[in-house]
Write a protein that binds this ligand. Structure first.
Ligand code: ACO
Length: 330
């Protein structure tokens, strides 16, 4: 049995999803695709798309306000505000600073983590570190993603996969033994080119050629990503369980990153986890990068699927490559 002093728990969550639903049938009028192709290959039926004027900071702010209210806290109570996003509103400064200003988290330190789809788990781990070492009492971890702004809407192999949304969680130290137990995180930068935006950063700044070649938009080697994702998430799950002193049977509910139902099912099979224990909502939102796990957790709470004492496994994989798993006693 793992012991920690103190345990750091997720006390509340919140989510925000843009209203506008884009179905697979709608996608048929944007690129050459079919509802059947998308659903069979990915399990996605529809996704939410934010209007042009709505930013990642706006969505993150909405999710954060709900999480804070449910925790009975004011924005000014937050000591550390961490934002995970692959779609920052601006390259500089951090979107966390924008959200800090929008909600009025006046005493917080605010910064972004760039862990792509794994970013929410990385954010939780950093927050846990702040709290468990006494550097702060209240942490707010927000994952907010406006993937619609960076996908290539002319590339049918990627644009059908993604959606927009945000989730947030408030963390503080636990009186008892609830909270984050074991974590395993890993990255492999040698495989960065499997999922990336080639240009638009400081290496290849935006210019007319970049715009013409659309190299500022998301590029992905889907099959390779699929293969690595399944192995890495299964491996990471096993390691996080081992670090928690848990067996597979001890897990009550799994929150996998929601990229694709085939990846989720293959990972569950590979890791030995029955699908009855796996939370799935990819059909309604597509891949919202790091926002998928907090949105899923928030929905599970609302549906009454989370009860005190349950053992949770969170597991994710994304660009970088990055991946990780975390066990949580709810
Ligand atoms: N509609 C119709 N046909 C399509 C579409 C589409 N939207 N997209 C691609 N195709 C075609 C291709 O052009 C190809 O045609 P061809 O055989 O004539 O060349 C054919 O379908 C097969 O393409 P593949 O890319 O080989 O299809 P695959 O079976 O690998 O499925 C998919 C593609 C769904 C992207 C799959 O590789 C996958 O899920 N990969 C994981 C990617 C992912 O989820 N990334 C998210 C980011 S990382 C993360 O979050 C884990």
């Amino acid at each position: 049995m793992i012991t920690k002093n103190p345990f750091v728990e997720i006390v509340s969550t919140g989510r925000f999803l843009p209203e506008h639903v884009v179905t697979n049938r709608d996608m048929e009028s944007i690129v050459e695709t079919t509802d059947e192709w998308i659903f069979e290959r990915t399990g996605i039926r529809e996704r939410r798309i934010a209007p042009p004027e709505m930013t990642a900071a706006d969505m993150g702010t909405a999710a954060a306000r709900i999480a804070l209210e449910r925790a009975g806290l004011e924005p000014a109570d937050v000591d550390v505000l961490i934002v995970s996003t692959a779609t920052p509103d601006r390259l500089l400064p951090a979107t966390a600073c924008d959200i800090q200003a929008l909600i009025g988290a006046t005493k917080a330190v605010a910064f972004d983590v760039i862990g792509a789809c794994t970013g929410f788990l990385y954010g939780l781990t950093v927050a846990e570190g702040y709290i468990s070492t006494g550097r702060g009492e209240i942490a707010l971890v927000i994952a907010t993603e406006k993937l619609s702004a960076i996908v290539d809407w002319e590339d049918r192999a990627t644009c059908v996969l993604f959606g927009d949304g945000a989730g947030a969680a408030v963390l503080r130290s636990s009186e008892g033994e609830r909270g984050i137990l074991g974590t395993h995180h890993q990255s492999d930068g040698t495989l960065a080119d499997l999922l990336y935006r080639p240009a638009g950063g400081a290496a290849i700044p935006m210019d007319e050629e970049v715009l013409r070649n659309r190299t500022h938009l998301l590029r992905m080697s889907g099959r390779e990503i699929f293969k690595h994702a399944v192995r890495a998430m299964a491996d990471s799950s096993g390691k996080a369980l081992e670090r928690s002193g848990w067996e597979l049977e001890d897990v009550d509910l799994v929150f996998p990153h929601q990229a694709n139902i085939r990846i989720i099912k293959a990972t569950a099979r590979y890791a030995g986890l029955p699908m009855e224990k796996v939370f799935v909502n990819v059909d309604r939102y597509g891949n919202m990068s790091s926002a998928t796990i907090p949105v899923a957790m928030d929905e599970a709470i609302e549906e009454g699927r989370l009860h005190p004492g349950m053992n949770l496994l969170l597991v994710a994989f994304g660009a970088g490559l990055t991946w990780g798993a975390m066990t949580v006693r709810w």
